[in-house]
Design a protein around this ligand. Structure first.
Ligand code: HEC
Length: 140
């Protein structure tokens, strides 16, 4: 017991010094790390300056989004979903135009199993569009 107390007493100056050091340098450290702690979300104005390329590179490909969010229904045809590779099914939907299909991807198709964004809540509009492109391009 005495040994532990002695050890703590012996360490006190060092501990106090460490706390003083962090206090006196806090402002400097905060200033130094600030650029790295500034976050930017895709679509933010600040992102354009902070490096739009990073945001673009982080976007998932149409194939990735399809495999993650859409294939559950569009590979099996669940609930009447037009299947990937079903040329006739997609040709008739394409008569509406790609923008209409993009809108269906983003907003869903009311009253059907096609829910908004195919349930991918964190997919951006661009990622949904890419997934629609992927399905259409692989169904011709
Ligand atoms: C829970 C099942 C389900 C999931 C998951 C799903 N879909 Fe669908 N999708 C459907 C169904 C059902 C339809 C047919 C709706 C109808 O009757 O017009 C459909 C239709 C579509 C259409 C055609 C809409 C039109 O206007 O003709 C597009 C485009 C589409 N889905 C895109 C997607 C994309 C992109 C994803 C993934 C991000 C996705 N879907 C995920 C069930 C699903």
């Amino acid at each position: 017991m005495m040994r532990v107390v002695a050890l703590i007493i012996a360490l006190m100056p060092a501990l106090t010094f460490a706390i003083d050091l962090s206090k006196s340098q806090r402002a400097e450290i905060e200033a130094r790390i600030k650029p790295y702690s500034q976050s930017c979300a895709t679509g933010d104005d600040s992102c354009a300056a902070a490096g739009a390329e990073t945001a673009v590179a982080a976007a998932r490909s149409g194939e990735d989004v399809y495999n993650g969010a859409c294939m559950a229904c569009h590979t099996t045809g669940a609930a009447g979903a037009p299947m990937l590779g079903d040329v006739d099914a997609w040709a008739s939907r394409m008569t509406k135009g790609i923008d209409a299909l993009y809108a269906s991807g983003v907003n869903g198709v009311a009253g059907t199993g096609m829910i908004a964004r195919g349930g991918c809540a964190d997919c951006s509009d661009e990622e949904i569009h890419a997934a629609v492109d992927y399905m259409v391009n692989n169904s011709q």
